[in-house]
Design a protein around this ligand. Sequence first.
Ligand SMILES: [Zn+2]
Length: 236
Amino acid sequence: MLADIRRFVGRISDRFKRGFYGPTFRCPVCHFVLAAVDADGNGLLVCPVCGAVIEIEAVYGHIVPVVLDMELYRPQPKLRLHPMATHLPIGLFPVALLGAVTLLAATLLQRLGLASAVPGGRASVLASAVLVLLVLSVGASLATLASGLWDWNFRYRRRSYRQIRLKIACSIVFLAVGAGAIALHASGLVFAASGLMHLDSAAGLVAALAYLVALGANMVVLATLGHLGGTLVFGR
Ligand SMILES: [Zn+2]
């Protein structure tokens, strides 16, 4: 079952990578996957993980990476703000999603006539906690994005890397979709004062669906960001 899910996700990500990265090759030193399009006008690029200076040779249509040198001086800030800053969004957002799914389950249980399954007052506390978690995780992601841009500027010298472009795009999507989910939550369109969802009206149903889809989609974006960040630290 788990292997099937991994294969399925792997197929989707491979297709996406082929489209976004174009032809790729592995760094001969650390095996990190690099996009040929990131090479400069002289066909040179520096591996962001190990610092190998690679020249791309095209031999009969195949990419042959040749290591010319190793980048010896590479800023390694002692205070690694970006990896630290990732903990708040990555740690808190899934808990907010879990809270929202719990509130959906509580609302459905109540609608099925199992009202006693939802203790009075608890749902409104949980709804407030979910909002606080969302604000904290999406708000903290601003600091994560800023520290990531700082790292790209200094540690990677603003070189072009597909992975970093994708990370910047995903961060902006996470912020925008997260802000939309917070606005929906705070507007009162999704949750009643009791903390349960408004599933009895068409507007409430649409708002709840949009809210849950936004949270689910952002979880995928967050997982992608974490995965890409992991590959930039540990290589393959
Ligand atoms: Zn490398």
